[in-house]
Design a protein around this ligand. Structure first.
Ligand code: MN
Length: 730
């Protein structure tokens, strides 16, 4: 057939199903493609234009697509293989056609390598996701079908490689799109190159028995036909041998020879309406004995790819079993041409459809096997691909990431070590910023360095995947532990103060385990670290501890009042007889009992406030003591008094200091030396090492006034390893 004859056949085919087709444009596309491919030859030696023409023929004959699809099929290789560009096609034909051609070219450019199943599944999804217009994938499958039909001219390696790709990528996509005819042909052609011996064996055996098989087929067709005629049911009966690849698969999976294959024959009855489908089923089961467990009603519950039919397997004459599929003509069209048939019905010959028209197709591609009707409805509601993006690693693996993903997400998807050592990223060989948005089909390469500083906190905001974010958090958690503990502690203390609660109550030996249980951490440092790296918040910590702390606080207050009632000296030694004033002037009251609160241990120079205990004197608090916070005073304002330091203060007052240090040898020695050089009277010293190398030291001392206190604290602060020196309160 000459090129011209082949083109005329194409026109004739198109006219046969689409009288409204724009043959002028189609002819222009043919002539432009012919001109672009001028001088190029196929491996067979034929002029190259034969290939696009044949692809257009498949698009017309097998799929009956619209004029735009035919034009795009004719032009499908001009952008990839000739100097023509998107803009040229857009100008000469239409932007939509240029997009279709560009889309097909993009799929052509993808490099496939055989991978494990999950990788292949990602590749299939990527292909579909990249085909924004479903016609792109339909043209691409047609392109592949023609290449497979003419594979004999390729080298043996190329034959194997393309066949594998077809078997693993294109045939499953054709199946998902419900295009059974093309799927079968793709599978059979692939098998021919993948297992030439196995393929030959099946084909030659089928050939040898063809007369016998045909006789059987005709006999069954006649039996069914006659019965349906008698009943006056309009029908068409077709019989066929199952296709080689499906026989091959059965032989392999069931380890059987060709003669042992259970059902080699398939019959199909096409009727006018759904009611007749069930009538025919009754007739078939009346003529032949049905094999139990083989009846399937895909009319009541259609397959996710839109397939509808009744299936049954029955025992025929001479004990030869066969399958019968019963469906209406419309169901048949959909079974054979799948999405293409839907597409044809939907567009009503009006040319290109909008994006939205194909959305449902993409949605139903996802959950195929074993999905029930409810899943199917659900799958129609959820767009499976809008929230995913598929990109390649430099060696051809597909990474599946959330839509909007960046090189950071990609790097962490490969391995956390790759992310943590990332210093740069390339997309399609060009350097990009870390917040670059990845697109389907991009080839992404991450540049790493041993000297990399590690992730920055900003990455957490840039990353789209929770996987990347959690790995970055992990890094901060591990690498920045000290810093995290310090930061976490600072924000926790601030939050606690804000809530009017006491750090002392948190760290007290009897309450700490209860409080840690409330936040589910093993130690305070663990909790601080978590707050520091962002895995937990200070607000949450305080709000979970609050109830318990308030209870402790009330208990302390009660104890305090009890203590003052019993007039027991509560301070550390040495005990001193209470003087009437103790250096404190209580406004408006002479000769009243004064005691210093245990929670904040004020010293001269501190701003103070007094609280009238029940009949046993005035308790003096620092103004910044949480127990004297305005919130705590509510409802008993009358019991709070203004108090000031007099000029006749005592020689010394008991108070406490808290020191947080990095633990080391001789730490206590250095602290003792500092206390000694400042002439500090020490009443008590408690030290506790934490698991991660810190020491928490509490000093009970006596000081003259705030100035001495300040000097001591400064001195302590100068000691190497000391992180903080503070006066506990509350
Ligand atoms: Mn091609």
């Amino acid at each position: 057939m000459t090129v011209q004859e082949q083109y005329e056949l194409l026109e004739k085919t198109i006219r046969g199903y689409n009288p409204a087709a724009d043959l002028g444009h189609i002819c222009a596309a043919f002539e432009y493609a012919d001109q672009c491919h001028q001088g190029q030859k196929r491996k067979s030696g034929e002029p190259y234009i034969i290939h696009p023409l044949a692809v257009a023929q498949i698009v017309a004959e097998e799929l009956k697509l619209d004029s735009e699809s035919i034009e795009a099929a004719l032009l499908h290789d001009v952008i990839e293989d000739t100097p023509a560009e998107h803009a040229d096609v857009a100008r000469l034909f239409s932007p939509t056609i240029a997009d279709l051609v560009e889309g097909v070219s993009k799929l052509t450019r993808i490099q496939y390598a055989t991978k494990e199943d999950e990788q292949m599944e990602n590749l299939r999804k990527m292909l579909i996701a990249m085909s924004k217009d479903i016609r792109v994938i339909l043209i691409k499958i047609s392109d592949r079908l023609h290449n497979m039909r003419t594979m004999e001219y390729q080298s043996p390696e190329k034959q194997k490689q393309k066949s594998l790709e077809t078997m693993e990528i294109y045939a499953p996509i054709a199946h998902r799109l419900g295009m059974q005819r093309m799927k079968w042909e793709l599978e059979d052609l692939s098998l021919k190159y993948l297992d030439p011996v196995g393929y030959e064996e099946i084909v030659s055996r089928l050939d040898a028995k063809s007369q016998e098989y045909e006789a059987f087929t005709r006999r069954i067709q006649r039996q069914i036909g006659e019965r349906l005629d008698q009943l006056g049911i309009e029908h068409m009966v077709y019989g066929r041998i199952k296709h080689p690849y499906s026989i091959y698969r059965k032989m392999f999976s069931q380890n059987k020879s060709l003669d042992e294959i259970f059902d080699l024959f398939a019959f199909r009855v096409l009727v006018e309406n759904v009611g007749d489908c069930y009538n025919v089923l009754g007739v078939i089961h009346d003529i032949y004995k049905p094999i139990p467990g083989r009846f399937k009603d895909y009319i009541g519950t259609q397959k996710p790819n839109g397939y509808q039919s009744l299936h049954t397997t029955v025992m025929g004459p001479d004990g030869i079993p066969f399958e019968v599929q019963i469906r209406t003509r419309e169901m048949h069209e959909i079974a054979e041409y799948g999405v293409a048939a839907h597409w044809k019905y939907k567009q009503n010959g009006q040319g290109a459809g909008t994006e939205g028209k194909y959305e449902w197709v993409r949605r139903l591609l996802e959950n195929q096997e074993g999905a029930d009707a409810e899943d199917y409805i659900h799958s129609l509601k959820v767009d499976m691909f809008a929230d995913e993006v598929f990109v390649f690693t430099p060696n051809g693996d597909v990474q599946n990431l959330p839509a909007g993903a960046t090189p950071i997400d990609f790097a962490y998807a490969i391995h956390s070590a790759v992310g943590n050592r990332m210093v740069g990223a390339k997309v399609n060989n060009r350097i990009v910023t870390f917040d670059h948005t990845l697109k389907n089909g991009d080839i992404v390469e991450i540049m790493t360095s041993k000297a990399a500083k590690g992730p920055s906190r900003d990455w957490m905001k840039i990353a789209k995947s929770s996987e990347a974010r959690s790995k970055i958090r992990q890094w901060f958690k591990k690498e920045k532990k000290e810093e995290n503990i310090a930061n976490g502690r600072a924000s926790f203390e601030q939050e606690l103060k804000h809530a009017g609660l006491s750090m002392k109550d948190v760290t007290a030996a009897d309450s700490l385990p209860i409080l840690l249980k409330k936040v589910s951490y093993g130690s305070l440092d663990e909790m601080y670290a978590a707050i520091g790296y962002g895995g937990f918040t200070a607000q949450k910590a305080v709000s979970r501890m609050k109830g318990e702390l308030q209870r402790i606080q009330r208990q302390h207050q009660a104890e305090e009042e009890q203590a003052s009632r019993l007039e027991e000296p509560v301070q550390s030694p040495p005990p001193r007889p209470l003087k009437s004033e103790q250096g404190i002037i209580v406004e408006g009251l002479d000769n009243c009992l004064v005691k210093f609160s245990r929670c904040c241990t004020p010293v001269p120079g501190d701003e103070i406030v007094g609280f009238i205990t029940r009949g046993y004197g005035v308790s003096v608090h620092r103004c910044d003591c949480p127990n004297a916070a305005p919130a705590r005073r509510a409802g008993q304002e009358g019991r709070w008094l203004k108090v000031t330091w007099g000029s006749d203060t005592n020689e010394s007052y008991p108070t406490s200091i808290e020191v947080v240090c990095k633990d080391r040898m001789n730490l206590i020695l250095d602290i003792s030396a500092a206390l000694s050089t400042t002439n500090t009277f020490v009443c008590g010293l408690q030290s506790r090492s934490t698991e991660d190398g810190f020491a928490l030291i509490r000093l009970e001392i006596r000081v003259r006034d705030g100035a001495q206190m300040k000097a001591i604290m400064n001195k302590l602060h100068q000691i190497s390893g000391v992180l903080s020196v503070s006066r506990p309160a509350g």
